[in-house]
Design a protein around this ligand. Structure first.
Ligand SMILES: Cc1cc2nc3c(=O)[nH]c(=O)nc-3n(C[C@H](O)[C@H](O)[C@H](O)COP(=O)(O)OP(=O)(O)OC[C@H]3O[C@@H](n4cnc5c(N)ncnc54)[C@H](O)[C@@H]3O)c2cc1C
Ligand SMILES: *[C@@H]1O[C@H](CO)[C@@H](O)[C@H](O)[C@H]1NC(C)=O
Ligand SMILES: *[C@@H]1O[C@H](CO)[C@@H](O)[C@H](O)[C@H]1NC(C)=O
Ligand SMILES: *[C@@H]1O[C@H](CO)[C@@H](O)[C@H](O)[C@H]1NC(C)=O
Ligand SMILES: *[C@@H]1O[C@H](CO)[C@@H](O)[C@H](O)[C@H]1NC(C)=O
Ligand SMILES: *[C@@H]1O[C@H](CO)[C@@H](O)[C@H](O)[C@H]1NC(C)=O
Ligand SMILES: *[C@@H]1O[C@H](CO)[C@@H](O)[C@H](O)[C@H]1NC(C)=O
Ligand SMILES: *[C@@H]1O[C@H](CO)[C@@H](O)[C@H](O)[C@H]1NC(C)=O
Ligand SMILES: *[C@@H]1O[C@H](CO)[C@@H](O)[C@H](O)[C@H]1NC(C)=O
Ligand SMILES: *[C@@H]1O[C@H](CO)[C@@H](O)[C@H](O)[C@H]1NC(C)=O
Ligand SMILES: *[C@@H]1O[C@H](CO)[C@@H](O)[C@H](O)[C@H]1NC(C)=O
Ligand SMILES: *[C@@H]1O[C@H](CO)[C@@H](O)[C@H](O)[C@H]1NC(C)=O
Length: 656
């Protein structure tokens, strides 16, 4: 089918290829942004909901009909699907997406037409570190030094159209050379081939139609934070949503049964911006701890855990409505009454699966006081390993009590450099608590530590609201590294309420850490909240859990892929296997999970998987959207992957 379409383009655009012109009724004209208008029309604003202006800029049938005037009618590659085009796809013998170098890969002039019709928004990928390499025209040693020094800051990657915060899944094909001994060349690797710098809905529709009709790989990328690199892919056209950053506050918003404060977020809005606007307006938004994660992108799509979760539930529970472009190019609303099945799926079932979200509306809460507690304890000549682990055990015995009181305990256990370990609260977060309230809550725990002979010096700090507490507690995180990858587990309540199971859980945690992993732990729950809409596809394991335990396996910056493979396999098949064994039937958070998770359907989606998969088949019979471990991803594979290090540097093909 792709070949068929391309044949028609070449027939009608013969002169265009040779002379860079487009035939019009008035004769051939130079094809440039002065002669080819963006394929977009401003549609009348809805009277029932407030879209952002750019959501009213759409690709309509009359816009497509107008392409006839450019004599581009034959470019059916921009058309919405018909029943015929769907059956043509299913009859196609092509098992793989078209890849650069294939005969079917669009020629430069076809990409240029996409560029012109999208309003000059197409960006041909230059890897972020290309200025470090003399083989690239962008070579510039000064710029390379800047890129190298900023490589571990999220903003550097956020602001790049195609980069990822987790370059391992790209395949490490273009890193600043001083950071890795093997980084001596720079190729495109797993980065997308082209991106569209999205600023309106029409561009998304145009790109989806183009990728679907030409059988190209498509990726959606907001900030690139996803732990499995779900926003990258070799040979892909990428929709870069970062610039859809409009953000509005509605002091009193009524929608369905909800009445109260709300925010409308463009798909690219980052957590720190929402928190700042919430603070300015005297309310609390339910977001995560990372400053630069895209709230309306992968975060809410995956469920979204928050320092507020033990009080009000998941971020996905706070959503009132979503605007989304479907795989067929149609722009629709999803809420409790309109497209309710889609609304259910978009809140927990994962990004890059059911469509491209352009904006969503979330409810907000009054400001709450926050009190944090920090302290650490470490193994030493006077604090034995067994005493240390008994201290951790003492904490585990409060894992139900604390979140039931609304708290969120963020802590880590890492090597202390002397062959032992250090436990650190980073911080223990008492949401909606004054300092005396938190001190009262944790007093029995502190006494237990004291009785064990573990001296700690807790520091309590009370804040008037979430924003200052969060700003003081969660500095910008280090990203851009390739020296670890993580698995995670949502251990349910019984693991901490049953003393036998608690000991088994602790033993499984200790085994992994003594094996060489580190623990990034959350003692958290998803509170039942009658004032939020919790009928969504958030992993059912989240509703039972008292933890989100992230377990990064580590190696050094110059590790070979063989070493990375070794640690990754150990992580999946040994360390986390023991965690699974003590929590059978529980799950894992797929936004911060193991790309190699066996039976990922059960672990990441639980009992909702069949329903999510059926909806995926219904909305995307074309197989347009793919993301590793996403719903339906078992129907695809990427060529050239080595076991346990599945990079996106290969061709995407159907498994059958
Ligand atoms: C340092 C760090 C801290 C984190 N802290 C938290 C936390 O506190 N709580 C928490 O729950 N999670 C946290 N996460 C995980 C985070 O939720 C996920 O990484 C999430 O996928 C990031 O979404 P993004 O859109 O910013 O990233 P991206 O990598 O750009 O996108 C993630 C996925 O969503 C898809 N996607 C993005 N935008 C859209 C869209 N508009 N429409 C459809 N699909 C889209 C992408 O295709 C991709 O599959 C953290 C991650 C990091 C790296
Ligand atoms: C459209 O292009 C075709 C093929 O190049 C040509 O025969 C036809 O005259 C063109 N029509 C217009 C309206 O320019
Ligand atoms: C179609 O083209 C005509 C003539 O160029 C223009 O006036 C009109 O606005 C276009 N319509 C759309 C929907 O783009
Ligand atoms: C190299 O990059 C630096 C820093 O961005 C810039 O100031 C300079 O103009 C660049 N040099 C060239 C030759 O482009
Ligand atoms: C990795 O290699 C780089 C470049 O050769 C070197 O500067 C760095 O010190 C090495 N890092 C480690 C952890 O060995
Ligand atoms: C993307 O589009 C925005 C808005 O038009 C513009 O400000 C920005 O410079 C563009 N970025 C790139 C890399 O083209
Ligand atoms: C939850 O939403 C789904 C999807 O719209 C719907 O079928 C189901 O009836 C709802 N369940 C409840 C308990 O409201
Ligand atoms: C905070 O506590 C107050 C007083 O107990 C309660 O009324 C309010 O609902 C709580 N807020 C949240 C978000 O839990
Ligand atoms: C955030 O914290 C930093 C120090 O950690 C401080 O300099 C800055 O002023 C704070 N910002 C806000 C808005 O509170
Ligand atoms: C759990 O471990 C602790 C500390 O080792 C021990 O004292 C306790 O008896 C164990 N409990 C059970 C039920 O095995
Ligand atoms: C506690 O957990 C153990 C180990 O899984 C199990 O054998 C036992 O039946 C559980 N006890 C209760 C009361 O559920
Ligand atoms: C990893 O390497 C260690 C040390 O060479 C070896 O004992 C272990 O079996 C390897 N594990 C895997 C999964 O290859």
């Amino acid at each position: 089918m792709a070949q068929f379409v391309r044949g028609l383009i070449f027939a009608s655009l013969g002169s265009l290829i040779a002379g860079q012109t487009i035939n019009t009724a008035k004769g051939p004209v130079a094809a440039n942004k002065n002669t080819v208008a963006p394929a977009a029309a401003v549609v009348p604003a809805s009277t029932t909901k407030s879209n952002f202006d750019w959501e009213n800029v759409q690709l309509t049938p009359s816009v497509l009909a107008n392409l006839t005037n450019l004599n581009l009618t034959d470019i059916s590659l921009f058309n919405f699907p018909t029943a015929q085009s769907v059956s043509a796809r299913s009859a196609s013998t092509s098992q793989c997406k078209v890849f650069p170098g294939d005969a079917e890969w669009p020629s430069p002039i076809v990409w240029e037409i996409l560029n012109l019709l999208s309003g000059d928004a197409l960006i041909k990928t230059v890897p972020l570190a290309a200025p470090c390499f003399s083989s690239w025209p962008e070579y510039n040693a000064t710029l390379c030094a800047t890129i190298t020094s900023l490589w571990n800051t999220p903003q550097l990657h956020v602001a790049d159209p195609t980069s990822t915060q987790w370059p391992l899944w790209e395949d490490l094909t273009c890193l600043p050379p001083s950071l890795r001994s093997e980084a001596t060349t720079c190729t495109l690797g797993g980065y997308a081939s082209y991106s569209i710098n999205v600023t309106n809905v029409a561009q998304i529709q145009l790109a989806l139609n183009f990728a679907r009709n030409l059988n190209l790989r498509l990726v959606v990328r907001s900030t690139g934070h996803d732990f499995a690199g779900k926003g990258i892919g070799a040979g892909a056209l990428s929709l870069w949503t970062h610039n859809l950053n409009d953000l509005e506050f509605y002091p009193s918003y009524t929608y369905g049964s909800y009445s109260g404060p709300a925010f409308k977020l463009g798909a690219g809005v980052m957590t720190e911006d929402v928190y700042a606007l919430a603070e300015a307006n005297g309310v609390t938004a339910v977001g995560g701890e990372c400053r630069t994660v895209g709230m309306a992108g992968g975060y809410i799509a995956g469920g979204g855990h928050s320092p507020m979760s033990s009080l009000v539930g998941m971020a996905a529970d706070q959503v009132l409505s979503i605007e989304v472009v479907l795989p067929n190019g149609e722009f629709v609303t999803a809420d409790a009454n309109t497209n309710p099945d889609l609304f259910w799926a978009l809140r927990g079932g994962g990004g890059s699966t059911f469509g491209v979200v352009t904006s969503l509306v979330i409810q907000a809460y009054p400001k709450v006081p926050v009190t944090t507690m920090t302290f650490d304890f470490t193994m030493s000549s006077t604090l034995s390993a067994d005493t240390f682990w008994n201290g951790v055990r003492a904490y585990f015995t409060y894992f139900a009590v604390f979140p039931d009181a609304g708290t969120y305990g963020y802590f880590n256990i890492v090597p202390n450099g002397a062959g032992g370990y250090t436990f650190t609260f980073d911080p223990f977060w008492g949401g909606n608590m004054t300092k005396p309230q938190l001190q009262t809550l944790v007093a029995p725990f502190l006494k237990d530590l004291s009785d064990l002979g573990i001296p700690v010096a807790p520091v309590f700090t009370e804040y008037a609201s979430l924003r200052p507490a969060w700003n003081a507690s969660f500095p910008p995180e280090n990203v851009g590294g390739w020296t670890n990858h993580a698995a995670s587990r949502l251990f349910p309540r019984e693991n901490f309420e049953n003393a036998t199971l608690l000991n088994e859980t602790l033993a499984a945690v200790r085994y992994a850490i003594e094996g060489g992993a580190i623990l990034v732990g959350y003692n958290i729950k998803s509170a039942v909240n009658p004032h939020a809409n919790q009928n969504n596809s958030v992993n059912p394991a989240w509703r039972k859990t008292l933890t989100h335990f992230i377990l990064p396996g580590l190696w050094d910056a110059n590790a070979t892929f063989a070493t990375i493979q070794n640690v990754s396999e150990t992580l999946t098949n040994d360390w986390i296997a023991k965690w699974r064994a003590v929590s059978p039937g529980a799950g894992s958070y797929f936004s911060e999970g193991d790309i190699n998770e066996p039976d990922f359907q059960q672990a990441f989606y639980g009992s909702y998987y069949p329903q999510l998969y059926a909806l995926k088949q219904q909305l995307d019979p074309y197989g347009l959207f793919y993301a590793p471990t996403g719903v339906g991803s078992e129907d695809w594979y990427v060529t050239g992957q080595i076991p346990y290090v599945p990079t996106q540097n290969g061709r995407l093909c159907r498994t059958s």
